[in-house]
Design a binder for this molecule. Structure first.
Ligand code: ZN
Length: 162
């Protein structure tokens, strides 16, 4: 190891993590590089650290490949199966559409039932109003019957019940 190297082995050791993270300044990087060029021990250390650091991702990459291979295999078998059952798929789709259609028809029917129910309520109210009107119609002379005022008041609760 020449004394001309600005970075000692200890310096390189200290900077190793920062070097691998790419966090050294260009000047520091250059000095470490100079040291590594002339010091096999430090070059070996950095190599070892680099390999160690890269190992987990490499393993993960392999795992991922296996995973996707497995997924591809499953997908392929599904596609093969679907191809074999090609005639069944449109029927399934038709059944799905039929189910949706039935649901919307049922919903429409439900809405219609509600509308009819409301119509009946309105009709009943109209009937009651007509009855009330008949009670308070003016007599042939055009005068209101004597009890009309009273009748109106007394029938009001009945109106509210509607
Ligand atoms: Zn060294």
């Amino acid at each position: 190891m020449g004394t001309h190297l600005p970075f000692t082995c200890r310096d390189v050791e200290i900077c190793a993590a920062a070097l691998l993270d790419g966090q050294l300044s260009p000047a520091e990087e250059e000095m470490v590089g100079d040291h590594l060029e002339h010091c096999d021990a430090c070059a070996g250390l950095i190599d070892a650290l680099e390999t160690q650091r890269l190992k987990p991702p490499r393993i993960k990459l392999i795992q991922d490949n296996d995973y996707w291979e497995e997924m591809d295999a499953v997908l392929q078998s599904e596609l093969d199966r679907a191809e074999q059952e090609q005639q069944v798929i449109p029927r399934k789709t038709i059944l799905l559409y039929a189910a949706i259609l039935l649901l919307s028809l049922a919903w429409g029917w439900h809405q219609r039932q509600r509308a009819e129910h409301l119509e009946r309520i309105v009709y009943t109210q109209q009937q009651t109003l007509e009855q009330l009107e008949r009670i308070s119609v003016p007599n042939p002379k055009g005068e209101w019957v004597e009890t009309s005022e009273k009748a109106h008041t007394s029938y009001q609760p009945a109106k509210l019940e509607l």
